[in-house]
Design a protein around this ligand. Sequence first.
Ligand SMILES: [Zn+2]
Length: 262
Amino acid sequence: MNVVSIIRGGSFASALIIFTLLQTVIPSRKFEKGRWKYSLSNLLLVGFNNLFLGLLPIIPYQMAVTAENKSWGLLNIFEIPLVVSIILGILILDVTIYFQHRLFHQVHFLWRLHSMHHVDPMLDTSSGLRFHPLEIIISNFIKVTIILIIGISPLTVIIFEIALNVLSMFNHSNIKIHQNIENVLNKLLITPAIHTIHHSKIFTETNSNYGFSVPWWDMLFKTFTLQGKYPQEKINIGIPNMPETKYQRFPYMLIQPFLKGK
Ligand SMILES: [Zn+2]
């Protein structure tokens, strides 16, 4: 196992444990009875994705190494200080993920794949990892394209991927955050309260708050919703036509996007 895998694995495991503990001690919503079955399904899906797509999350990193060695991409043409190139690279990757998320909501076939993430009827830390393997493959393809065009460094890719993974777990967590802290935090990060609005069954709310890390892209491109129709504890989470319960759980969740009429 190389150093990159150890850092990625360590940050993933630490964040999963810390946010799971926090949401158990200070939950925002009362956990529904039988919720553990959904959380377990989400974690089984993570195991499945890692087993069958194990090498894929590393592909953007490997392509960044290739781009750096061959001096491909805009950032490799100019002499740019390391810090500036890292910040620029992270911002470019993050705005790409924002638009990719919008695309997954707007293109019918992509929405079918992404809807598997949205049919989770309640959110907890494990929901932040619940993505269809085909969505992960398409996302990696988009990321690699941007990495090669811009010439984003391997270090930048690793920092970004770890941050995205940890922040996705954070903003899906069922952690209660004091309103005073929330008021400051939601200007800097996508908080669980902000992301829960994205998981609302109300169409206009689902089609807002697309960011996974910072709320700035939503603010800039006018897709930010600070307060939905209902208060946090009353938000109805899911999609309007929820599939049969078994299709919301592993391994049936893998075929849910291909169900007739969904
Ligand atoms: Zn979404």
